[in-house]
Design a binder for this molecule. Structure first.
Ligand SMILES: Nc1nc2c(c(=O)[nH]1)N[C@H]1C(S)=C(S)[C@@H](COP(=O)(O)OP(=O)(O)OC[C@H]3O[C@@H](n4cnc5c(=O)[nH]c(N)nc54)[C@H](O)[C@@H]3O)O[C@H]1N2
Ligand SMILES: Nc1nc2c(c(=O)[nH]1)N[C@H]1C(S)=C(S)[C@@H](COP(=O)(O)OP(=O)(O)OC[C@H]3O[C@@H](n4cnc5c(=O)[nH]c(N)nc54)[C@H](O)[C@@H]3O)O[C@H]1N2
Ligand SMILES: [Mo]
Length: 779
């Protein structure tokens, strides 16, 4: 019953997001993973009290959950983790790493869960079974031999609050702040931008705010694929006639229409909800200009009719409005139109709705943060909100949609390279750990260190670092020079296949699995995108008796590596996670006091957020209008204006992946099946550059031409995307992103704006078949 088209195929998707397509897609993966019997009961516990937190996105889980509180992609993530398939020692006896490096991301993970601790044997080029005792002792020997500043501790945003807290203690007791994490590639632009603007690093919106809002602005986030549960509050808001104004270069299906797959009435009826009331196909990277234009129009409305700005709020709570006015006045409509790709009328239409709405929320994702000017763009969104006092009251606020299930939480409990962000006095008093003063390495710094040989040891608490980072073709050869490479993982991925001198692959429990320590079931906790902390508990039997929890693995590494000075009771913590929570409460009492009881409250507990109470922990004690000096293009990436052959490429997720985990080849909402080797282009660019739909091309990075960065062959798919823009899939396109091409100040790789050129290439695999009828013709 394969539901995947056997051949590469393109047919524009006509239905709403959700609906039967979503239900079918879930059935397919349950069947394929042989997970019908394990996943089905698990799904009933997903995001529920006494159940587990979905291992997919970080979107808020309601206190009063629906009967089935999961979405298509959450169900896929569950099936992927509780699969019956296994990748054990016998698999590695059959396959060398050289051979496995030829496998796709999909094939590697599809083979199932890792079951045994493994050590790489260079002679046979294979992973071989080892014991936990050998692994801890062997790793500790290497860690002790390396200078602490040469080792990094990566985290990928899924580890619980308990494991994350221990992990940063381990790094600091070992002697560094080298804690790169996935948010360095993700929402770090948000954390930097919001901290400067409103004095908190996280969003201010809660689930309840969706019930009170009367206008939503939505920037660069693909809700239908990446946080589908958010479609429910959006649908509710739309039923109250709340306008949703969307900015996205692509007409993403989830942002257009939605049928709730869990509503029997909607599933059999013809009704779907229109999500976006205005849809603006902004140019890639054009949001900064678009929002400047909206602000220009808002200020013009104020000048004409008055009563638009919240003067009381601006006077009492903010500073810097003159600098914003200065920027806005210096930008002509013509420049704003050119940079944004939107007409003045479009920007004015958005401004009109903004100006008449009382409670406005701004929601955003990677389309904003993964640009050179990502921090400026985040701050421009805040500027828009501040004009009418839309922060710090119900129904209003800023809402970054975080990625991994606990990515926000790991930062809250100390996973950061910046020692100034951790309570050093507490770590000293409670654990006798002296926080090293030297700033540590974040993700881009870590990559630079691997390239120049100053990073020699890498511990990965989950994730697929070598695949997720930019410049992967340059990074892989350098990675092989690591002295120590330790990966804690649930499934095999590319990062595990490039060994260093001493390499271990350690299998851990997933968050859906029951975590028993000395026979007692442990619970864990997370923080979601809205700052809410909740307790969770695994519900299925572990994939193998040899798995250890992340907490246990961190304790094992610490006990073997650290000297006696550190007073963390690792062994006691391993056996009782409540003790770790007591320590978290003691370290961060403002946020986590009485954690052990409050985390079980219905809907959990929310961290206090000063900005939500209109207290501003910024440099000036006010909420700050912060505007860049100009909107001029970034000098480092500016290409000769005459060079019309250069396109701006964004790298995207399909509807059938979770980051580097590729579930399948079905990007249903975009109509592409059976392949990921496509490049989405505007028809006029295709014609202008002398190509035709279906041509095979290789894509080259147009900046820093002395370094050859190339990906291909990809097949041209004529698509509804603004002129001058292109789109391809992440992670396949990562070799195109130069490591230095990252957001100013936050260093988030600018994976959404890569200047590229196209070159004719030999055909790749099978051609993409088009199924277009009259009505389907793309513009
Ligand atoms: N199923 C599933 N869920 C996931 C993930 C997954 O891979 N699969 N990943 C998780 C993670 S870690 C994260 S961070 C989130 C990511 O979720 P998103 O933030 O949605 O990230 P992307 O899929 O990269 O898509 C970015 C969206 O921004 C648009 N875009 C690109 N450039 C621009 C631009 O310049 N301006 C504007 N306005 N829009 C732009 C793209 O067209 C696309 O719709 O999802 C999380 N949830
Ligand atoms: N070009 C481009 N690059 C990007 C992006 C982009 O949009 N474009 N997005 C960026 C973003 S937003 C992010 S967040 C990063 C993601 O980067 P990462 O977080 O490093 O990558 P993932 O693909 O989420 O990691 C998947 C692996 O995690 C392991 N895993 C799964 N569950 C668990 C668990 O419970 N415990 C442990 N220990 N391991 C587990 C599995 O072995 C799986 O293979 O990629 C970034 N890179
Ligand atoms: Mo992310």
């Amino acid at each position: 019953m394969s539901l995947i088209h056997p051949h590469p195929h393109y047919k524009p998707y006509q239905s709403a997001a959700g609906g039967w397509g979503s239900a079918r897609s879930v059935m397919h993966i349950l069947w394929h993973e042989q997970a019908l019997t394990t996943a089905t009961p698990a799904l009933l516990k997903q995001n529920k009290p006494k159940g587990f937190a979905c291992v997919s996105c970080a979107w808020a889980k309601p206190g009063n959950p629906h009967a089935l509180e999961f979405c298509e992609n959450g169900a896929k993530a569950t099936a992927w983790e509780v699969t019956r398939l296994r990748t054990g020692p016998e698999f590695f006896a059959r396959h060398s790493l050289t051979e496995l490096r030829g496998w796709t991301d999909n094939a590697l993970e599809q083979h199932g869960r890792l079951t045994h601790p493994l050590r790489y044997d260079p002679l046979s080029d294979r992973y071989q079974e080892t014991t936990w005792a050998e692994a801890y002792a062997g790793i500790a020997r290497q860690l002790k031999a390396l200078p602490p500043e040469q080792v990094v501790f990566y985290a990928s945003g899924r580890a619980s609050l308990e494991a994350s807290f221990m992990y940063q203690l381990l790094a600091r007791a070992y002697g560094n702040n080298n804690l790169p994490d996935s948010s360095n590639m993700c929402h770090e632009s948000t954390s930097v931008g919001l901290q400067e603007s409103i004095g908190v690093p996280v969003g201010t919106v809660t689930l309840e705010d969706f019930e009170h809002t009367d206008c939503i602005f939505f920037f660069g986030q693909n809700v239908g694929s990446n946080s589908p549960r958010m479609l429910h509050p959006l649908q509710e808001a739309r039923k109250r006639q709340v306008p949703i104004i969307t900015f996205n270069p692509l007409r993403e299906r989830g942002l257009e229409r939605f049928v709730n797959p869990q509503s029997p009435v909607e599933m059999i009826g013809p009704e779907s909800t229109v999500i976006s009331t205005q849809y603006h196909q902004v140019k890639i990277g054009g949001d900064l200009a678009a929002v400047t234009g909206i602000i220009k129009a808002v200020l013009a409305l104020e000048a004409q009719q008055g009563g638009v700005l919240d003067h009381g709020f601006i006077a009492e709570h903010t500073d810097g409005i003159d600098s914003l006015r200065g920027l806005v006045d210096s930008q002509s409509w013509e420049v704003l139109e050119r940079h944004s790709g939107l007409s003045r009328t479009a920007m004015e239409a958005a401004a009109t709705v903004y100006a008449r709405s009382e409670r406005v929320m701004v929601i955003f994702g990677m389309g904003i943060t993964q640009h050179r000017k990502g921090v400026d763009a985040v701050q421009m969104l805040v500027n828009l909100l501040l004009l009418r006092g839309n922060i710090g009251r119900p129904g209003a606020g800023i809402c970054p949609v975080r990625g991994h299930s606990n990515v926000q939480g790991q930062r809250t409990v100390g996973i950061t390279e910046d020692p100034a962000k951790v309570p050093a006095d507490k770590l000293l008093a409670l654990f006798n750990i002296r926080v090293p003063e030297r700033k540590g390495l974040a993700t881009v710094d870590t990559c630079e260190g691997i390239l120049d040989g100053s990073v020699k040891g890498f511990i990965g608490m989950g994730g697929n670092f070598l695949r997720a980072i930019p410049d992967t073709d340059r990074m892989e050869p350098a990675w092989a020079d690591l002295t120590l490479n330790v990966q804690v993982a649930t499934k095999l991925n590319r990062t595990h296949l490039v060994p260093g001198q001493h390499t271990w692959l350690l299998p851990c429990l997933g968050h859906i699995e029951i975590d028993r320590q000395e026979g007692i079931e442990q619970v864990y906790s997370t923080e979601d995108s809205t700052g809410v902390m909740r307790a969770w508990q695994g519900t299925t039997e572990p994939a193998s008796e040899h798995l250890r929890s992340e907490v246990a693995i961190i304790a094992g590494l610490a006990e073997h590596t650290l000297h006696g000075d550190c007073q963390v009771p690792w062994d006691a913590w391993r056996h009782d996670y409540a003790l770790i929570r007591t320590a978290i409460s003691a370290t961060y009492p403002d946020i986590f006091h009485d954690m052990e009881t409050r985390m079980w409250q219905q809907g959990g507990f929310r961290r206090p957020l000063a900005a939500s109470e209109r207290k501003w922990h910024t440099d000036t004690g006010k909420a700050r209008f912060l505007a860049p000096q100009s909107l001029e293009e970034d000098p480092d990436t500016r290409v000769d204006a005459d060079r019309r052959d250069v396109l701006n490429l964004m790298t995207l997720r399909s509807n059938d992946q979770f980051n580097t985990t590729i579930y399948g080849y079905e990007d249903r909402f975009r109509g592409v099946s059976g392949t990921r080797s496509v490049l989405f282009l505007n028809r006029s660019d295709v014609v202008r550059l002398g190509f035709a739909a279906g041509d095979w091309v290789s894509v080259r990075t147009a900046i820093e031409p002395q370094v050859r960065r190339e990906v291909g062959p990809l097949q041209i798919l004529v698509y509804d995307i603004p002129e001058g823009c292109a789109a391809g899939y992440y992670p396949e396109c990562n070799p195109l992103v130069p490591l230095w091409h990252h957001a100013e100040r936050s260093k988030v790789p600018a994976a959404k704006s890569i200047p590229v050129t196209l070159h004719r290439a030999e055909p790749g695999q099978e051609d993409l078949a088009y199924a277009l009828d009259e009505a389907d013709q793309v513009r």
